[in-house]
Design a binder for this molecule. Structure first.
Ligand code: LUZ
Ligand code: MOS
Length: 755
């Protein structure tokens, strides 16, 4: 893949937080955290620890000069615990010392007394104890009562979906360099430089113009650094500010696994009403979200669950309630899909179970209910350029769905020890931050006198290829060689008030800003060129292949010459541009509006093969038709597709996140938490681009790609379930993820697992 960073990555030359050469005398921040999940701090004694040689200072909550508050949407999260601890791994003290080893040794010498309090780890248990982040939220449309009265069949059920560890390759970390006059420069591995800037200034009681945040790139994030990179930057900033020396804080893998929040586990109840022809007439669902100990982004995540509760289906009467439950786990957070996958998994489970009762196949039920052009989503937005059916039909015409299903049946009829399963997964995902105000970005473009170009945007490169897309947009706009273009680090002094690079919208928002900024310079250059060539009457000047063309005919004015002449004529070769998504709004009193710029559509068929004796399985094939719009970088988009699907499969099959009753993470190593490996990759994998798709909201008519593919992974769950059905004819298994081989065996061979 010809991505911007590829060569440096494979040569090991790309720089991550831990690779920055720090100034001599840089100190280490080691974080002393809570060993219990809930309790009052009775006494904390750091005197022994402070005496250890190499320790500079031990910082507690009371030493914070500003507010001890890092909450983003809701101000309910302290940076350092003061009176109470709410989860295992919650920061209590910062040990600033000469090395990580010293910090660790000093942590052993801190004496702390707790009074233990009741520990809650399950969302329904929290709900019963009235332990909520915010009151329940309900989205409703149509008339749910009337809807159910028209149903010939009503099916109810319960669905459990597990959490997920982000497992970005680069763990959380930051380096903080004090500057003259109390100012700070923070090098952070964050998706949201401005969040880091805002929170660090709040904690240190500095104005934001005293805090500069710089982000070169991240070694992965997946949502795990949208809000939760801030904690570590703030702890390191507090330390650097206190000791007035550079401070580095990089978590070890183990620290990262047990201290940071993850994808929210959900427990959900649904009730679905259908006619005998399989049309859904009513859907009622309640989501119990396991938020962890503080809000973080949970309410926004929950809202996205509600937005995606009906996936790709048109349902006239819907009532969906989300309950964000406060538990004694690390605060759960953004994770690729941002609650969407949890919502979509439940409607798929409902259709799967309904198909057994109606004796209509699951995939037929899906197809019968697909959204069509002009249908309303139940939150009020009209489906425009709806591609759900087009994707499904192309999948069918390119791959022959009926034949794939028949092949599996034929295989199953003659094989006892292995069974094949098939499932189709349509996906419809809304693009835009659901908080409308976040849909803004800006770009700063400089053309230097040698014709090279430097671009800054609010976008953070985290491996997703956004820099490559920015480069291609600029290269295309100027019509110059892409190698002239460099993408700078994301820096709050060059680009202010950044929204997180998140919600799949980094390339859309920043790409549109780059387009605007480049076009400003381009029109100045064209005006200049016209005067230079004295073709005053001609409006048809353009840039093509590094050359000024007039009426499509090349002149002898080339890019480099043009730039140096423009400079000599004092033409402004820099520009800044701002973009905000048009036409979006959402009314939170009625929960109706047009929250998304547009939707991304696609359909996948997933075929799995189950080993009946062992409960193990492989994904035989995945075939996808996806609406990429007009892709800016096909290789990048295909990479996102592949990675997203694998991450979705991992979430629902092998990644088993477990906490014990005391709130202790049991799967805290990579030997107990299984991410998909090369053997889990589908043996056959084919992706087709939906043809003739365009998008007015995407730069160069492209569509967002980051999150939507993850949800194809839901199909892996139902394809394995489909294979299990043919083992002993039983069906409607417990819908609990992840569907590990252990769970497959228990479902197949233990009766208590049917429901
Ligand atoms: N972050 C956010 C997101 O703050 N709002 C969103 O709607 C969103 N959606 C997906 C991923 N991150
Ligand atoms: Mo995100 S889940 O940081 O787009």
């Amino acid at each position: 893949m010809n991505n911007y960073d590829t060569i440096n990555h494979v040569q090991g030359k790309s720089i991550f937080i831990d690779d920055f050469v720090v100034p001599k005398g840089t100190l280490n921040a080691f974080i002393f955290t809570s060993a219990i999940a809930h309790g009052k701090i009775i006494n904390i004694d750091t005197s022994e620890a402070s005496k250890l040689p190499g320790v500079s200072q031990i910082i507690l909550a009371k030493d914070i000069p500003g507010e001890n508050q890092i909450g983003n949407i809701i101000h309910d999260e302290v940076l350092l615990a003061e009176n109470e601890v709410d989860f295992i791994g919650q920061p209590i003290a910062i040990i600033v010392s000469d090395s990580k080893q010293t910090g660790k040794a000093a942590a052993e010498l801190i004496n702390i007394d707790f009074e233990k309090l009741q520990v809650i780890t399950e969302p329904r248990e929290a709900f019963e104890n009235n332990s909520l982040i915010v009151p329940p939220i309900t989205f409703e449309s149509g008339n749910i009562k009337e809807g159910f009265s028209k149903a010939d069949f009503v099916v109810e059920g319960k669905v459990e979906s597990g959490g997920q560890e982000h497992l970005y390759l680069e763990t959380q970390g930051a380096i903080v360099l004090p500057q003259e006059g109390n100012r700070l420069k923070i090098i952070s591995s964050t998706q949201s430089p401005t969040s880091v800037q805002r929170v660090c200034s709040r904690v240190l009681n500095l104005s934001m113009n005293n805090v500069e945040v710089d982000v070169l790139r991240l070694g992965g994030a997946f949502g795990g650094k949208e809000d939760q990179a801030t904690v570590w930057a703030a702890l390191a900033s507090l330390a650097a500010h206190k000791v007035n020396k550079p401070v580095k804080l990089v978590l070890s893998r183990h620290e990262d696994l047990f201290m940071t929040g993850k994808r929210h586990p959900y427990s959900s109840d649904y009730k679905i009403g259908l006619t005998k022809n399989g049309k859904i007439v009513a859907y009622e669902v309640t989501f119990y979200q396991n938020a962890g100990a503080s809000a973080d982004l949970s309410t926004a995540v929950l809202e996205r669950t509600l937005f995606h509760a009906t996936n790709s289906y048109f349902i006239p009467n819907v009532k969906a309630t989300g309950i964000s439950c406060k538990t004694n786990l690390p605060p759960n957070t953004a994770f690729r899909g941002f609650g969407g996958p949890q919502g979509m998994f439940v409607i798929e489970a409902a259709l799967y179970k309904a198909s057994k009762l109606l004796d209509i196949s699951y995939y037929q039920l899906q197809k019968t209910n697909l959204l069509t052009e002009g249908n309303s989503f139940y939150y009020g937005q009209t489906a425009e350029n709806a591609q759900a059916i087009n994707c499904w039909n192309k999948l069918d015409s390119d791959f022959d769905i009926a034949k794939l299903i028949k092949d599996a049946k034929d295989f199953n009829s003659i094989n006892k020890l292995f069974k094949m399963g098939v499932a189709i997964m349509p996906v419809t995902f809304g693009i835009s931050f659901t908080s409308s105000f976040l849909n803004q970005a800006s770009a700063l473009v400089h053309v230097y006198t040698d014709g090279s170009v430097g671009i800054s945007t609010a976008a953070v490169e985290m491996g997703q290829g956004v820099n490559e897309k920015m480069r291609r947009i600029a290269a295309k706009t100027f019509s110059i060689n892409i190698n002239r273009i460099k993408i700078e680090s994301t820096n709050t002094t060059r680009i202010a008030n950044t929204s997180a690079t998140a919600a799949s919208s980094g390339a859309d928002l920043n790409g549109n800003a780059v387009l605007l900024a480049c076009n400003k310079i381009k029109s100045r250059l064209l005006n200049f060129a016209k005067s230079e060539l004295s073709s005053l009457i001609c409006d048809n000047a353009d840039l093509m292949n590094e050359t000024i063309v007039i009426d499509n005919k090349p002149t002898n004015l080339k890019w480099e010459d043009l730039i140096s002449k423009a400079y000599m004529s004092r033409i402004n070769l820099s520009s800044q541009a701002f973009y905000s998504t048009p036409k979006i709004y959402f009314d939170r009193t009625t929960n109706q509006g047009r929250p998304f710029a547009y939707h991304v559509y696609g359909t996948a068929i997933i075929i799995s093969k189950l080993d009946v004796i062992r409960g193990t399985y492989v994904i035989e094939s995945i075939k996808v038709v996806h609406d990429f719009g007009k892709s800016i970088a096909k290789e990048v988009d295909l990479g996102q597709m592949e990675g997203g699907i694998m991450q979705g499969i991992g979430w629902l099959t092998s990644e088993d996140l477990r906490y014990d009753k005391n709130g202790k993470l049991l799967s805290s190593t990579l030997s107990t938490y299984k991410v998909p490996d090369i053997y889990a990759a589908p043996k056959n994998y084919e992706v087709k681009f939906l043809e003739n798709s365009t998008n007015d909201f995407g730069p160069l008519n492209s569509k967002a790609i980051g999150e939507p593919p993850l949800m194809y992974g839901i199909g892996a769950y139902f394809s394995i379930l489909n294979a299990m059905e043919s083992v002993n004819g039983k069906n409607a298994f417990r819908i609990e993820s992840p569907l590990t081989p252990e769970r497959v065996l228990m479902n197949l061979y233990s009766d208590k697992y049917y429901n």
